[in-house]
Design a protein. Structure first.
Lengths: 315, 374
């Protein structure tokens, strides 16, 4: 019994780690959907670019400045990823989505798919990031030091990942609920036209939303490549991107706290399937499918997600 | 009566022409010194894609629902059709066809038809299972459920060893003898099915059912208020499209000799969507042209340089974005290729020809007489 509990708590720790990444990506989806009613399919690829920025920058620093892993390197990589991705997000919005704002939503959805394909395939070119998988160097000293709390092993990188995510979430919450810009953002997401009639510069707000959402994806990319240190390749953003979208839907799309909660739940569900699935003859590879099974159940039972508000359609 | 006869004659002549073309193509393939075989292969794949694209147009174009998982139905049709010929052929048809056999025309045709039926029905069943609950959802949500379904099916197929798992399905073995998926699909069958599907779509568009589909696209709530059972029509469109995609899949697998998950993953689904969108959502001729362009263009780009494949994908996505920015309605918009379309391109606007006006009045009157039910 004690063992069972231990095992379960251990899985929870892993799940929160994985979930942190999903939560950060899901926020971008949900914010963009909130202001534009657009599924930004390219968001998973922005996350991928973030991972590469951090990886390449860390390598550059170690190669040219004889540095060693330190808090400084981590901070530089994190900020660079966030800035780079934020700018990328703004550029995508300006070039691909803004011209189509008045077009049918289907046109912008397809454009989003096109942008996603473009980023992936462009990064896959030999001169850009190349197609071979790469692993980032350590960003922090003693990355894999493990703490043991009551027999539960917590690796330091997971701890950093989780804490960094929490800090970003709180910052975002502060920006959205306590600042003028955040209020403008909520106004645009509530009713775009009314907000613009009240003197809100909707274009600026949308640009800002894309910047913040993409910067969070960039942070997720940096944390994934620098902390989790799995190998990354130009197409690796698709799956986390889609799963994070599922997380956003799970939490109620357009709802910011919902996306964070949905992300953590998604991470937990996935880890639990891998860990407990074999006992029910579910192969671990089904964890990817499980995310979508959750999505389908949520949409059928409560299409507005856990925290979403129902939208009454007016004729 | 006269019309039935005329239609019958047209069909008979079409079949005769296809038989002749088929024979000619076999001859060229066997005797040509140029790469005729390659050209024929591209043509066959283009026609198979035409079937898939035209079928998706029923859902995404006519009915205005956004399905992002159409390749799944193609794939289910392919796997089911292939499983049928590989596992059930001997008990049902007496002996096993293999890819090296010279297949007698009639026997191969019957087995292929049966496999197409099996593939189509399996896909239609899958379409029904996904469609019934999820078509209550709208717009983006439907897109994301179909996308999710796509991922689930790929994961499940990858873990099923009996149909090849991640390595793909090429057949099985009975004792020591391998049982391959026989190459039954000839140009005749592909062209026949493609023409049938195109004619069916165009006729459907002109029929009362087609109008019901389009009314759902234009305004679902208004359609519901007019007494159109929207959910039933949406599911019908979905199941019909899935069936046709399944038939295309069964033909593909009996042409290609194998099938693996890349032909039904998310990228493949996007590819079919792009075909339909490029041609113009809601236009049958658009889907045909889109499917042909997007099958031939990559092949043409492939021959430019060895590393071209990677650049091809970049060019491809840039083209997609530019297309959406400059002409989001696609090549044909919702129109069919023909006199009206050309006049529109030249004059900018178009007046309805007199004939179609009277036709519209007739339909409306007929509907009124029947009590207004569609």
């Amino acid at each position: 019994m004690q063992d069972q509990l231990h095992h379960f708590l251990q899985q929870l720790v892993f799940g929160l780690g994985v979930g942190s990444i999903y939560a950060l990506i899901a926020l971008g989806y949900t914010m963009v959907y909130g202001v534009l009613r657009l599924i930004n399919f390219a968001h998973g690829d922005v996350y991928m670019v973030g991972a590469y920025i951090s990886l390449l920058l860390a390598r550059y620093i170690y190669a040219h400045h004889a540095g060693s892993p330190s808090g400084e390197v981590f901070a530089i990589c994190l900020v660079a990823s966030m800035l780079g991705c934020g700018i990328l997000g703004v550029v995508i919005e300006r070039l691909a989505y803004r011209p189509l704002r008045k077009a049918p939503r289907l046109a912008s959805l397809i454009t989003a798919i096109g942008v996603s394909l473009l980023i992936e395939n462009f990064c896959n070119l030999p001169g850009v990031f190349g197609s071979s998988p790469q692993t980032s160097p350590n960003l922090l000293p003693g990355n894999h030091v493990a703490y043991t709390v009551q027999g539960i092993v917590i690796e330091r990188n997971y701890l950093v990942l989780f804490v960094a995510t929490l800090i970003l979430l709180v910052t975002l919450w502060y920006v959205v609920t306590r600042t003028r810009l955040g209020r403008a953002m909520r106004a645009v997401s509530f009713d775009n036209d009314a907000a613009s009639l009240m003197g809100v510069n909707t274009n600026a707000v949308i640009t800002f939303t894309f910047f913040v959402g993409s910067a969070l994806a960039g942070a997720a990319g940096c944390l994934f490549s620098g902390m989790v240190q799995n190998s990354i390749f130009p197409y690796f953003g698709i799956m986390p991107g889609v799963k994070a979208f599922v997380a956003a839907v799970l939490g109620g799309i357009g709802n910011i706290p919902g996306a964070a909660v949905g992300g953590f739940l998604m991470g937990l569900a996935e880890v639990l399937v891998v860990s407990y699935g074999p006992r029910f003859h579910i192969p671990p590879t089904y964890s990817d499918a499980m995310a979508f099974a959750i999505l389908i159940v949520v949409l059928l039972v409560k299409p507005t997600g856990l925290f979403g508000k129902g939208v009454v359609e007016k004729v | 009566m006269k019309r039935t006869l005329a239609n019958f004659l047209t069909a008979a002549i079409t079949v005769a022409i296809l038989v002749a073309l088929n024979a000619g193509m076999n001859y060229v393939e066997a005797n040509s010194r140029f790469h005729a075989g390659y050209a024929i292969r591209v043509l066959m794949l283009a026609l198979i894609n035409v079937i898939a694209a035209v079928s998706l147009n029923l859902v995404n174009g006519f009915t205005g629902q956004f399905s992002l998982g159409h390749a799944v139905f193609f794939g289910i049709g392919a796997y089911a059709g292939a499983a049928f010929t590989v596992f059930a052929q001997k008990p049902l048809f007496g002996h096993i066809l293999s890819s090296s056999d010279v297949v007698s025309w009639s026997h191969g045709g019957i087995v292929l038809l049966a496999a197409m039926l099996v593939g189509g029905l399996a896909a239609a069943l899958a379409g029904f299972i996904v469609g019934l609950p999820s078509l209550k959802l709208r717009g983006d949500y439907l897109a994301i459920v179909t996308l999710g379904f796509n991922f689930i099916v790929v994961v499940v197929i990858n873990s099923l060893d009996v149909i090849g798992g991640a390595a793909g399905f090429t057949g099985t073995s009975r004792g020591d003898t391998p049982v391959n998926i026989p190459a039954l699909t000839s140009f005749f069958w592909v062209a026949l099915v493609a023409i049938t599907v195109i004619v069916l779509s165009i006729n459907l568009r002109r029929s009362v059912h087609g109008l019901a589909f389009e009314s759902i696209r234009e305004d679902e709530i208004a359609a519901e208020a007019m007494g159109i059972p929207t959910t039933r029509y949406k599911v019908t469109a979905f199941v019909l499209a899935a069936f046709l995609a399944g038939v295309a899949g069964a033909m593909y697998v009996h042409y290609n000799g194998s099938v693996a998950t890349p032909s039904l993953d998310f990228t493949a689904s996007v590819n079919i969507v792009v075909m339909v969108v490029l041609g113009g959502l809601g236009s049958v001729s658009g889907s045909v042209v889109g499917a042909i362009i997007l099958t031939v263009l990559p092949e043409a780009l492939r021959n430019i340089s060895p590393d071209a494949d990677k650049y091809r994908l970049v060019v491809y996505s840039v083209l997609l974005i530019i297309l959406m920015l400059l002409r989001p309605q696609g090549i044909f918009g919702r129109d069919e290729i023909g006199a009206v379309w050309f006049r529109k391109q030249i004059n900018g606007t178009v007046t309805l020809p007199r004939r179609s006006l009277t036709w519209l009045t007739n339909v409306l009157q007929r509907r009124q007489r029947r009590g207004g039910s569609a």
